[in-house]
Design a protein around this ligand. Structure first.
Ligand code: NAP
Length: 288
């Protein structure tokens, strides 16, 4: 049988650590605060943001939502980010995507200072990560690493195939895996013989946004498969990039969707906010 690598228990433990850290910060007079900039009228996105605000509140983090309409100009979005960047009360800034058509997330995110860039959206954060310097990596990429560590999946010296090369997931994740001494292959839509590449890997991480892309032909019988995909089908059902039924009994282990990487991502994001607040406290005490 294929072992299921769930993320709920890990998420709960991260959140309780975050709550303890937030309480300590509050007792020192610092309220860990994140500003979430949202530029949409899409109800699905707005409801996700509300759930994030509730998750933040439950761990003692203050989340302020700056909600701009879908017709907002790039200058207005940049102004909202610049205001939060200059506000010493604000420790973390989250730019909710997708942005309206025509706006480049990478260019807009250049206005989030790396010290407050809790979801690693600024291309400079990816550069710092790649250079091995302190930075925040995107929460989803970190969540994959945490999930692997939680389930004691060894990475050093092993081969990992990452399917997807976006700046939000695939590229930063490849850097984190490399830093953990894995041998990393990054696949994308132009990769030929994807099934051959992935079935020769010890660990397969699917982050393509393509429902049930990874099936029985894509995995070996010793493979550990992590599913980052969150795709909604016509009936509103959440589907991963991995066909769990197809690889059942073939792969050694797999993370489920829902209940795998997703819940861990929220925990990591909140942890990044308290980490940013802890660092700003150090700066204040040192008079910097
Ligand atoms: P994205 O920007 O659309 O990037 C998708 C990547 O996958 C691209 O590099 C693309 O290749 C590649 N790809 C697409 N179809 C492929 C195929 N058939 N074969 C091989 N490669 C393929 O998506 P993203 O933002 O990285 O997100 C990826 C998935 O993760 C989505 O389902 C998203 O919803 C999910 N996600 C989950 C979380 C979470 O917390 N669980 C967070 C963020 C994202 P090209 O570069 O050649 O186009």
């Amino acid at each position: 049988v294929t072992e299921i690598l769930g993320g709920k228990e890990l998420s709960a433990s991260i959140r309780s650590q975050v709550a303890a850290a937030a309480e300590e910060l509050r007792s020192e007079g610092t309220v860990p605060t994140v500003v979430i900039v949202v530029v949409t009228d899409d109800e699905g996105t707005l409801s996700y943001v509300r759930s994030l605000v509730r998750a933040a509140a439950s761990t003692g983090i203050e989340a302020e939502v700056v909600s701009l309409p879908a017709e907002a100009s790039e200058a207005e979005v940049v102004a909202a980010l610049t205001k939060a960047a200059g506000d010493p009360r604000v420790h973390g800034i989250l730019l909710q995507t997708p942005l309206p058509g025509g706006m480049s997330t990478a260019e807009v995110a250049l206005h989030i200072p790396p010290a407050k860039d809790v979801d690693g959206a600024n291309p400079l954060s990816l550069g710092l990560l790649t250079a091995g310097l302190p930075s925040f990596a995107p929460a989803t990429a970190v969540a994959v690493m945490e999930l692997l560590a939680h389930h004691s999946i060894r990475l050093a010296g092993r081969s990992v195939a990452v399917v997807g090369r976006s700046t939000v997931v695939g590229k930063p994740l490849a850097q984190l895996l490399l830093a953990a001494n894995a041998t990393v292959t990054i696949c994308h839509s132009k990769t030929s013989e994807l099934d051959e590449v992935t079935s020769s890997a010890d660990v397969v991480i699917a982050a393509a946004g393509s429902p049930h892309l990874i099936g029985e032909d894509h995995v070996s019988d010793t493979a550990v498969v992590i599913d980052v995909g969150t795709n909604v089908d016509a009936d509103g059902k959440l589907l991963g990039d991995v066909d769990g039924d197809a690889i059942e009994g073939i792969a050694a282990a797999r993370s489920p969707v829902p209940g795998g990487v997703g819940p861990v991502t929220t925990g990591v994001l909140l942890r990044h906010v308290v980490e940013a607040a802890q660092r700003s406290g150090t700066f204040a005490r040192n008079g910097q």
